[in-house]
Design a protein around this ligand. Sequence first.
Ligand code: ADP
Ligand code: NI
Length: 207
Amino acid sequence: MNKKIIQYRNEQLKNDTTGHSIDHINRVIKLTKKILETEPVADIEMTILAANLHDIIDEKLVEDVQVARQNLKEFLIEQNFSNEQISQLFYIIDNISYAKSLDEPVVLPLEGQIVQDADRLDAIGAIGIARAFYYGGSKGNKLYDFTQNPRKDMTHAQYREESNVINHFYEKLFLLKDLMNTTEGKRLAQKRTEYMKNFIEELKSEI
Ligand code: ADP
Ligand code: NI
């Protein structure tokens, strides 16, 4: 990947405290490459570009999404990406997040489907457990509160209202395996979900 893109991405993500650090991006890139091996039709360059930039204009990370979008667009023009590539990239990164998918169903191109699977895989399994507690801690959320039932069929706005960490598993993390796009994504999600289920059962029994 072009060094300038890596630099731009690192600069934008350096102050993150919510689990969207460069480490997250690097894991997503690895998973993206793994899924790409099983999806020969995908445009590799676009897929890796989207994996690198998928969190750059996220509502959780930037103060002003419009400003972040404009900066990214100008940067990509400077890097000689075509208008078509830029629109394709924005379509993917604007529609990739789980929160966004709660508002309306979106059909992503294959390249976006692959990165979405990779991003979701990084939210589940052992790493997903670590990230959920890290995120909950960063927001000052409780570990658990059994007086509150997990919410069902949340809207985007409800999803952004904080819940306790254990409920987050029921509200999102256990649901992801049925939302995977690719065959390889499904396979990996199955394994990671079993691991999380065992963990939550054990945790509840200790509590
Ligand atoms: P998306 O980027 O798909 O919108 P998020 O950015 O909301 O997803 O989630 C990023 C990470 O933060 C994930 O690992 C997710 O599990 C975690 N996370 C998000 N909301 C919560 C929450 N309320 N409690 C615990 N973890 C959360
Ligand atoms: Ni991400």
